[in-house]
Design a binder for this molecule. Structure first.
Ligand code: HEC
Ligand code: HEC
Length: 328
């Protein structure tokens, strides 16, 4: 191949350079065999994540509902899609969703690829038109080149490949360097006395918080009801299964970065962490499907504030500044 002046010859790929830095104590991320991670694909996915042209009227990109400075949420009770259409649910974080076996509040998507397609085509989100997106991707020179390096020189840019690239990017959005993590790794000054007291309460038999919000990502990745209501407007998992026992049940959200992701719960109805703790302290409402672990806790004011302090220690300041995730 001829190499013109100033152009670098293609470098062999450095196989030793990790594509994603996995925090200590976190498992490796697993990609589907037909969508392995590559540097080019991740870079393409990042551009697409910020591209408003993937929505019907060019007004909404993924990032509009998943903002980096809010740990990839949008700060609204429920999201606003194309044309200001109000959705029914709170925007969850995309952080660490590489590890989630079931996505969405009701767990209806089993892979990021399926979930992202859902977001793009939902009338409440991007309301995408596949032909329009294909056209947009095909007519951009930059996309043409990037799809070629990501998916092969004879690939034609299209929506399905775009979904794969976005999924690859989302898999790399990982958070595991909060002060709590540093404390767990032996940096004993990383948490204050109040935060340590809150941590002990969180992991105690008495509160049972960690029986659902468990493991490295503070979630069991399962579906429960915490008794937010006596009658749920949003039927949650029952919308998928049709089973009355699933009414009012939702996926346990990760609590990482919850200091940045208010308002809370599937419908954004709980404005603050303080109010969330009040909800648990009261033991929720008398709802038929409420999990038996949600019972009155009789926490003192000090214990409530310790718990809240601990939840704030799960914020990862690196995540919200990280260049690799910001607008390309
Ligand atoms: C209009 C706002 C909006 C837009 C735009 C949007 N999302 Fe979402 N996203 C949401 C809401 C709301 C949910 C939860 C929906 C539900 O549970 O039914 C969600 C769920 C998710 C989840 C699942 C997280 C979990 O733990 O279950 C991921 C990942 C995600 N979105 C990524 C994306 C990507 C990638 C795009 C762009 C292709 C995108 N979203 C576009 C609002 C939005
Ligand atoms: C039975 C399992 C279970 C237990 C026990 C539990 N949670 Fe939850 N938690 C959930 C589920 C499920 C949700 C989402 C509920 C919804 O949206 O309706 C949730 C939501 C939350 C939220 C909101 C997060 C967000 O992003 O919206 C916080 C904060 C929280 N829990 C903290 C706690 C604390 C602190 C405790 C202990 C006092 C606790 N949880 C005990 C399952 C549980």
């Amino acid at each position: 191949m001829l190499v013109s002046c100033g152009e670098e010859p293609a470098k062999p790929i450095d196989k030793t350079e990790p594509l994603v830095k996995i925090p200590q104590g976190f498992p490796e991320i697993v990609s589907p065999p037909d969508n392995i991670l590559t540097k080019d694909k991740i870079a393409l996915g990042r551009i697409l994540f910020y591209d408003k042209q993937l929505s019907r009227d060019g007004s909404v990109a993924c990032v509009d509902c998943h903002k980096q400075h809010l740990a990839f949420t949008d700060g609204l009770p429920v999201s606003k899609g194309v044309g200001g259409e109000i959705g029914g649910r709170n925007s969850p974080t995309i952080v660490n969703s590489a590890y989630s076996a079931q996505l969405f509040w009701d767990g209806r998507a089993q892979s990021l690829e399926v979930q992202i397609r859902g977001a793009m085509f939902s009338p409440l989100e991007m309301y995408a038109d596949e032909n329009m997106i294909d056209e947009h991707l095909r007519t951009s020179k930059d996309y043409k080149a990037r799809f070629a390096t990501s998916f092969g020189t004879d690939s034609v840019p299209n929506t399905s490949l775009a979904v794969k690239a976005i999924a690859a990017f989302v898999r790399t959005v990982i958070s595991g360097n909060s002060r709590y993590d540093r404390y767990s790794r032996g940096e004993k000054t990383a948490l204050t006395d109040n935060e340590i007291a809150g941590m002990k309460l969180f992991f105690s038999e008495r509160t049972q918080c960690a029986s659902c919000h468990k493991g490295f990502n503070f979630t069991d990745d399962m579906i429960h009801s915490t008794g937010l209501y006596v009658h749920y407007y949003d039927k949650g998992r029952a919308l998928i299964t049709g089973n009355p026992k699933d009414e009012g049940t939702f996926k346990t959200p990760s609590l990482r970065n919850c200091g940045l992701t208010a308002p809370f719960m599937h419908d954004g109805s709980v404005a603050t962490l303080e109010k969330t703790i009040e909800h648990y302290d009261h033991g929720g409402k008398a709802f038929k499907n409420k999990d038996e672990r949600i019972i009155p806790l009789h926490l003192t004011e000090q214990e409530k504030s310790d718990l809240i302090a601990f939840l704030h220690s799960l914020t990862d300041d690196e995540l919200i500044k990280k260049q690799e995730y910001s607008a390309p």
